[in-house]
Structures are given as C-alpha cells and as structure tokens.
Design a protein around this ligand. Structure first.
Ligand code: EPZ
Length: 430
C-alpha cells in the first residue's frame, strides 16, 4: 500500500492551480448519458472517484472517450443496460446518480443500495421520496433499488434536509418528466448549480438552482453540449488551510472566491490575512493563529468537507476551539490520529473540543477517509519531524496530484510504497 512521507516545518509559498470540482463532475458525467448525442465535458479532475464513475458508465454501455486527463466525451446512445453492478456503487457512492439519470431517460433503473461509508450511514430516503413523488414505483430487492415509471409527472417535493445528492438526483429525473416540479429546501452548493447549468446547456428547463427552491419544467428530450466543470472549492479550501497551517504565504489560483466565503471567514477569524482577487485567493499568516468555533452547515454555511482540514490547523492555534459537525455522524475519525501527533482533542458526540498545543510531532498515522486524510497531510506539514501516512488511497479519491502540488508550494512530501523508501527519505531530511 502506498504512503505519504512528510518532513514538517516548512511554510508553503508560491502558487497552486485548482482543478475541476469532483462533486460537480460526478453529477455532470452521469447527466451526460441522458442524451443520445455526444457530450464533451472539460476540466474534470483526474481522481479515482471520477475514473470509477467513468467505468460504471462504460459498463452500462455508454461510449466514453477520454480525450485527455481533464476532458471526456460521452454518448448515451449505445447504452444497453439500466442495471448497475454492485462493484461500482461500492467503489463510488455517487453511482446512485444513475438512478435519476436512467429513470428520467428510460423510465427504469436498477442500482445497488450504496450503504454507509466511513463518515456515516448515508441514507438515500429523500432521493427515493422524490422519485416516488414523480410517479416512480420503487422496490428494494436483493440489496438493489429498482425504480420504474410508466411516465414521470411533475410534483411538489419538500426535502426533509438540504441534501446535495437528493437535490441533484431528483432534478435529473424531473428534467425529463411531464409537467412542472418544485423542489423545496433544495441544497444550494455550487456543484448543485453546476449540475443544473449543465442540464440546461443540454436543453433542460431548470430555474432557481443555488436557492432553496428549484423549479423544473420537464422537456421531451435533451441534446448534446460542451461544458466546463466549476473549480473545486474544497480542493481550494484544503490548500488555503495548508498555507495557514504552515505559516506560509501563497496564492490559490483558478477559484471562485464567493464559493470560499465561509472558509475564508473562519481563517480570517483565526488571524490569517486573506486577499481575494477575481479568480484567486492569497493566504498569508502573521504570527501565531488563534482559536475559532466552527459549526458545519449546508452551503453557504461552513462546509462539512472542510471540517477535518481546519480542525488540523486549530490543533496548534492559541486557545480552545469548538468544532460541531452537524451534517455527518462520524466525521471526527482523524482526531485519534492527530492525538498520536500530540494534539489535544476531546470528541463528545458531534462536537470536538480542540485545545491548541504548542507544536505537533511527526508520527505514523492512517488516513481514515478522504478529507481526514487531507487533514493528516496538513498536520504532517505542521509537525516537527517526519510523519508517515498510510492508506493514502482514500486521498487520491478526491485530490489530483496532491503531493506534486504541495511540493510546488515548497512542501517536503514524497509518495512511497516501501519501508526502504521511508528510511531513505528520513536519511535525506535529517
Ligand atoms: C455530498 O454527499 C458530497 N458528495 C459530500 O462530499 C458532502 O460532504 C455532502 O454532499 C454534503 O455537502 C458528493 O457530492 C459525491 P447529502 P451527499 O445528501 O449528497 C442526510 C466528499 O468528501 N441524508 O447532502 O451524500 C445525510 O445522511 C464527500 O467529497 C438523508 O438523511 O450528502 C447527511 O447527514 C463526503 N437522507 C445529510 O443528509 C437522504 O436521502 C447531508 O447529506 C440524503 C441525505
């Protein structure tokens, strides 16, 4: 298994380019099969979640042509099955978007239940509630969801919580239903807006994406399109946290500053200097960072996907910080690993109390999930000495060229896969 090995204590400087948003691309690549025309999607991130989803699309028969790392053309004309294999949903939960896409286009879909993951149980009851409201009959059999409809009709759907996945999945099915659909309490994340904009570029009629009420007027069919995915606000926020954590001064390029307002606000509260340009953000630090309190919320609140990374920064900030995770029930698994590096964190239910220590020290730790893994890399760059991170396969699900980009900012980090290489690194950095 591969590891990262990191020598901490180096302030990050220079510039880093942000790629396309993984969570927008996962929705958009699935929506691409809703037309029989060819669709070209640009600025997709070259990460394992995306590559796994493209595998699922090819498996059901779609024509998938990877033009380059960040561009793919897809045609749904050759699809020959509406049934997805379990291996794909195990690899990538977002395969459940195929429910909305195939139900909309073929009025039939069979997708295995996604089950839980490392950060929580992840139910999809709101997705199914929406499909039923649109007229689909839903059966759960042998671990699979079978959705069928003689025809889909518009409906007025009120989500119990602002679910990103449910909003996007229902929006897909409704875009090819007969009549008007209203989704109330819709999620407002930038990747929901991107997924709606892409559907509209294919001829859908969706209004209000980005607000809590989305109105969809069903159309007969969708046509081809060429579309560029929005920059990844979570990748950008992760590098901002890394610059802050190492006391650096660097520019994060190709971002939409508005998408990062909640993250920027918290870093400012901690004492960072945040300079927003049109499509970049400069982060710098002047002296020791201070505490702050965080409560994760649906967008535009503080994003749950940034919670572990900022918690790592708070582990050596002056004072006691309180982090409340209100979206997922198990998103503090990084805390035990940070405590092996000397952090002082007490987790009580969905709250972590972080008492900032003077300095972390390098240790051997394990990435429990995607964002917690990124948090441990940040901690390794803050720590005195060498940190080895196991199970970095989780990190590659959502961060393209993570170690290369960090080396570009001056970090001392290598991707290795043997004890011998770890020892060699340690000898080089002493
Ligand atoms: C998306 O997950 C993202 N994944 C997650 O990013 C992100 O953390 C999450 O949105 C919140 O922003 C993708 O876009 C592929 P939700 P999703 O439905 O859609 C509950 C990452 O690190 N809920 O908004 O699954 C759910 O349990 C990943 O990139 C129901 O109860 O999240 C959670 O508590 C991790 N029933 C809350 O709502 C449902 O039917 C929000 O979940 C659906 C959700």
């Amino acid at each position: 298994m591969e590891q990262y090995v990191i020598k901490g204590g180096i302030p990050l400087t220079g510039e880093v380019e942000i790629g396309g948003a993984k969570n927008a691309a996962l929705a958009i690549l699935t929506e691409a099969i809703m037309t029989d025309d060819t669709v070209t999607i640009e600025n997709i991130p070259d990460v394992s979640d995306i590559n796994a989803l493209l595998g699922a699309l090819s498996y059901i028969g779609a024509t998938v042509d990877r033009i380059d790392r960040h561009t793919v053309s897809i045609s749904g004309e050759t699809i020959k099955s509406v049934s997805v294999e379990y291996e794909f949903i195990k690899k990538i939960r977002a395969s459940y978007y195929l429910l909305g896409a195939m139900l909309g286009k073929y009025k039939k879909a069979e997708v295995p239940l996604p089950g839980g993951c490392n950060i929580g149980s992840r139910p999809i009851d709101q997705h199914l509630k929406g499909f039923r409201a649109l007229g689909a009959v839903i059966q759960i059999k042998n671990g699979c969801i079978l959705a069928e409809a003689t025809n889909l009709h518009g409906a007025h759907i009120y989500l119990d919580m602002a679910s990103v996945g449910a909003t996007i999945n229902i929006m897909m099915a409704a875009s090819l239903a007969t009549g008007r659909t209203i989704i109330e309490n819709a999620a407002r994340e930038p990747h929901v807006v991107d997924a709606a904009n892409f559907l509209n570029s294919m001829g859908a009629n969706i209004k209000g994406a980005g607000t809590e009420v989305i109105r969809i007027k069903g159309v007969e069919k969708l046509h081809g399109s060429t579309y560029t995915v929005v920059p990844d606000m979570i990748e950008a926020g992760t590098y901002m946290a890394a610059i802050a954590a190492t006391g650096g001064d660097a520019i994060v390029k190709n971002v939409i500053p508005k998408h990062l307002e909640a993250t920027s606000a918290k870093l400012k509260e901690m004492g960072c200097i945040i300079e927003e340009m049109d499509d970049s953000i400069r982060v710098s630090v002047n002296g020791k960072l201070g505490k702050t309190h965080i409560k994760t919320q649906p967008y535009p609140g503080f994003p749950t996907d940034m919670q572990p990374q900022v918690a790592a920064v708070l582990s050596t900030s002056k004072g006691i910080s309180i982090v409340t995770e209100s979206i997922f029930e198990n998103r503090f698994k990084y805390a035990d690993e940070l405590m092996r590096m000397g952090a002082n964190i007490k987790v009580e239910g969905n709250t972590a109390i972080i008492d900032g220590v003077e300095q972390l020290t390098g240790a051997r730790v394990c990435a429990p999930d995607l964002r917690a893994g990124a948090a441990l890399v940040i901690a390794g760059m803050m720590a005195e000495g060498v940190t080895v991170i196991d199970d970095i396969v989780y990190i590659h699900r959502g961060y393209e060229d993570f170690d290369e980009k960090l080396r570009g900012l001056g970090a001392k980090i290598e991707r290795v896969n043997s004890e011998k290489e770890i020892q060699k690194f340690k000898l080089e950095v002493v």
